[in-house]
Ligand binder design. Structure first.
Ligand SMILES: [Zn+2]
Ligand SMILES: [Zn+2]
Length: 503
């Protein structure tokens, strides 16, 4: 019995260098059994044949940076305003949310740099559209929020609390940062049961599959809090997970038998809040170079300890000063305990210097990049404003990184941006800094073959190769034929996970 269960015919871009293009792929069970010109003699009575003529067939996408449980929990919010271009439209949308009097209206995905008004809404504006409900509008990066008057009353936030914004008349504006932000977020949180969270985990799994994602690197939990990691390990979800526990206690990761540790463990903060650590001051805040959250010796200790224990490490470093500190720690650990094929990672690495790129390549440090940031945040209004025109040229220097031999893989940082590799591929090819853009083929590698390498799975997935797991996507267009500026319009039509058609 050599008949295949499934045969797909069309333009098959395998991402396998030894056979980059094929016309036919045959699948049996959960494996790819044939890749070549035609699989006619494998088509039996029971074989499903999918004609993908004029479309493109690719390996299933891998998103290497997702906060998956956080993404699921964010779905308890009533409204997502990500991408709504003005405060007036956001207020209209809040007005349309119908909830019983007195119940929280939770709004997520706000970013003042993305709206036409370039500011936060005020509590009075929120009062005007939702006078009978406490409202919280949460900023995307998690570091601030705005609440209305009812919310202020119900949380019990007064002007004395740290992070409460006061206007020139001494009134609370509703914008909350620091401690006040944390208190407001906590008090407004929907108290979900474990079953409710589990249901949302399934919902967002299907969302991911519909975007063509068949494997997710999930960065979960925090030091001392294993609950989200356990939840994900035990949930039997319909796609694959590579789990990172965001703890600095190496024993906690080892206790769970995880071969890796870290994730968005913050070496520095974010550019949004001027906390990403830079060598030079911010262009729009000359007294600030951001924040390093570890002392040099603390970071070295953690990295050395995790490295010595044989773990793969991932840490969040955005600014050049943070990248430097982390590279120093990796370099130190690798010189003390040399280890081949460690595959340690830096998450984000948004503005590395030329010298740092050279060191990443030399040390074999993988860079987990998020091209969608370039798509959603404006070059002028955000990046150049923060970094100044010269330094902004170093933003996400994908081309230079690849030229110098650094390894890259792509991700969304969901819930920061939606899990959508097509947008990431579009953004890497249509980079706002022309010299930093990469070829389409290389952009596809970020979400397939090279992403599989990041989790030591390059022999099992990441390309359409005989013997590999049958994870594939069929896209609406032949992506090598359409205009590069229109890649974002491409739709994921069909997803095959473990040999089964998802849709
Ligand atoms: Zn991060
Ligand atoms: Zn993250």
């Amino acid at each position: 019995m050599h008949y295949a269960d499934l045969v797909i015919e069309g333009n098959i871009y395998t991402m396998d260098e030894s056979k980059p293009f094929a016309r036919s792929v045959a699948i049996k069970g959960d494996r790819i059994i044939f890749v070549g010109d035609n699989a006619n003699d494998m088509i039996g009575k029971e074989t499903i044949v999918v004609n993908a003529e004029g479309k493109s067939v690719l390996p299933g996408f891998i998103d290497t940076h997702v906060h998956f449980v956080g993404t699921a929990i964010s779905r308890f919010d009533d409204l997502d305003v990500f991408g709504i271009p003005s405060i007036s439209e956001i207020l209209e949308a809040i007005k349309r949310v119908k909830k019983p009097e007195g119940q929280w209206i939770r709004v997520r995905g706000f970013d003042d740099s993305m709206v036409a008004e370039q500011r936060y809404p005020t509590r009075w504006e929120l009062d005007s559209v939702a006078p009978k409900n406490p409202v919280i509008v949460k900023r995307l990066d998690g570091h601030s929020c705005v609440v209305n008057s009812l919310a202020l009353d119900s949380i019990g936030i007064g002007p004395e609390m740290r992070g409460v914004d006061i206007d020139e008349h001494g009134r609370i504006t509703g914008i909350l940062r620091a401690e006040a932000n944390e208190v407001a977020r906590r008090s407004s949180e929907y108290e979900a049961t474990k079953e409710e969270i589990l249901r949302k985990l399934f919902d967002v799994s299907y969302e991911a599959l519909r975007s063509g994602i068949t494997t997710i690197h999930a960065l979960e939990g925090s030091t001392g809090d294993v609950s989200q990691v356990k939840l994900l390990m035990d949930a039997k979800l319909p796609l694959d997970f590579v789990i990172y526990f965001q703890t600095t206690d190496v024993r906690e990761a080892i206790a769970l038998n995880l071969p890796r540790i870290g994730g968005c463990i913050l070496v520095d903060g974010s550019m949004d809040s001027h906390t990403a650590a830079m060598f030079e001051p911010y262009n729009d805040k000359r007294d600030s170079r951001g924040v390093l959250y570890f002392r040099d010796d603390e970071l070295k200790d953690f990295v050395l300890n995790a490295h010595k224990s044989g773990l793969q490490i991932a840490m969040h470093a955005i600014g050049d000063a943070a990248i430097e500190q982390l590279l120093d720690a990796y370099e130190y650990a690798l010189s003390e305990y040399p280890r081949e094929d460690h595959r340690h990672r830096i998450e984000h690495a948004e503005v590395p210097t030329e010298d740092q790129i050279r060191r990443m390549a030399k040390l074999g440090i993988g860079v987990a990049v998020q091209p969608p940031f370039l798509y959603y945040w404006d070059m002028e209004k955000f990046y150049i404003k923060r970094l100044g025109p010269e330094r902004a040229m170093r933003l996400h220097p994908y081309r230079r990184m690849l030229e110098m031999g650094a390894r890259l893989a792509g991700g969304s940082d969901s819930p920061v941006t939606p899990m959508n590799p097509i947008i990431g591929i579009h953004a890497a090819v249509n980079h706002p800094v022309k010299g930093n853009s990469i070829e389409l083929h290389d952009a596809l590698r970020l979400y397939t073959r090279d992403a599989a390498f990041f989790s030591f799975e390059e022999r099992r997935k990441g390309s359409i190769t005989e013997g590999k797991v049958a994870d594939l996507v069929i896209l609406s267009d032949d992506i090598f034929k359409i205009r590069l500026t229109e890649l974002n319009k491409v739709k994921v039509e069909t997803v095959v996970k473990n040999g089964k058609i998802f849709r």
